[in-house]
Write a protein that binds this ligand. Structure first.
Ligand code: ADP
Ligand code: ZN
Length: 297
């Protein structure tokens, strides 16, 4: 019964690896910067070989930055597809790991991985419909609908939705290379840094940047509530370390909805409706392990 699973949280900035079976049950962990696929993925292979390789591992899960192909029936399942990140476009990530370690590999987006970990062990336990949104270098969203991780044509790209741009309060044109002022272009960490000319972690708590940030994030959340009807929304990522944003976002979401959605979760219990994740920075790598464990279900 002592199964061990491998997990890879593949971020655009760092890779996090672990072997184990859940929170408090990780027997090895390692992290290093994301460089070229050859170098980075070779380090991951080395790590898993040191952990016993095929003999020591039941399966490996990968929760990856994207866009990716998460469709198991696709020829490109497990590929990173169209990223502008040098060397990674069209990289057969899952295939490479599977060939090298020779165990089954389960592959999904970083946000779906983190969402699954929060569902099993964290802030989304018992919920069949929820969203996990990360606001960091980019903005990405995943989660579950009807008890299944969100997939579809490809996978959701919640960071790139258009939202009303408040040109009167905000003349910044947006930082998304594809869409300019989509949500990510207006509200990601790099957008904050470009708009205000200072690292967002150095912006004071009372700076107007946070009012505007809460406004944009609340607009997006309002759209997600109307279109997906989630039972809870988890907000993660570097920018959400500004915890003053939580009450600001909650109030604005209530204002925008204007009591149209008659749910006590929103009208009276919004502190438990829009929440931080419970697993913090471990959500991604635990999510990768949780993905691998899906094979045992
Ligand atoms: P990534 O998105 O690269 O996986 P993070 O979720 O940590 O990583 O997000 C990094 C982004 O969050 C950067 O743009 C950074 O400026 C911003 N950030 C990190 N810490 C803070 C903080 N305490 N307050 C506001 N922004 C932060
Ligand atoms: Zn965009």
């Amino acid at each position: 019964m002592d199964c061990a699973w491998g997990g890879i949280e593949a971020g655009g900035t760092n890779f996090l690896l672990a072997v184990g079976s859940g929170p408090g049950a990780l027997r090895a962990e390692e992290s290093f910067p994301t460089t070229t696929p050859t170098e980075t993925v070779a380090r991951a292979v080395q790590f898993f070989k040191k952990q016993g390789g095929k003999k020591g591992l039941t399966a490996i899960g990968i929760a990856s930055f994207g866009p990716v192909d998460p469709n198991v029936s696709s020829q490109k399942y497990g590929f990173i597809t169209s990223t502008p990140k040098k060397g990674w476009a069209q990289f057969n990530f899952a295939g490479f790991i599977q060939r090298e370690i020779d165990v089954p590999v389960v592959f999904d987006t970083d946000v779906n991985g983190a969402a699954l970990a929060e569902y099993k062990w964290g802030a989304a336990q018992g919920l069949d419909n929820f969203i996990y949104l990360t606001i960091g270098t980019g903005i990405g969203g995943g989660g579950m609908m009807n008890g299944k991780l969100m997939h579809g044509l490809i996978h959701p790209e919640m960071g790139h939705i258009p939202i009303p741009h408040d040109w009167l309060a905000d003349s910044f044109k947006g930082s998304c290379p594809y869409h300019g002022d989509c949500l990510e272009g207006l509200a990601s960490g790099p957008a904050l840094e470009q708009r205000w000319g200072i690292k967002p972690s150095n912006l004071p708590v009372e700076h107007p940047a946070w009012e505007l940030e809460a406004h944009y994030v609340a607009q997006a959340i309002t759209t997600y509530i109307y279109t997906l009807s989630p039972q809870r929304i988890l907000l993660a990522g570097g920018v959400m370390e500004q915890t003053q944003l939580f009450p600001m976002i909650r109030h604005k979401v209530q204002d925008f909805l204007n009591a149209y959605i008659q749910a006590p979760e929103i009208l009276a219990e919004i502190e438990q409706y829009i929440v931080p994740p419970k697993l913090g920075k471990k959500a991604g790598v635990l999510g990768a392990i949780a993905l691998a464990q899906k094979l045992k279900l």
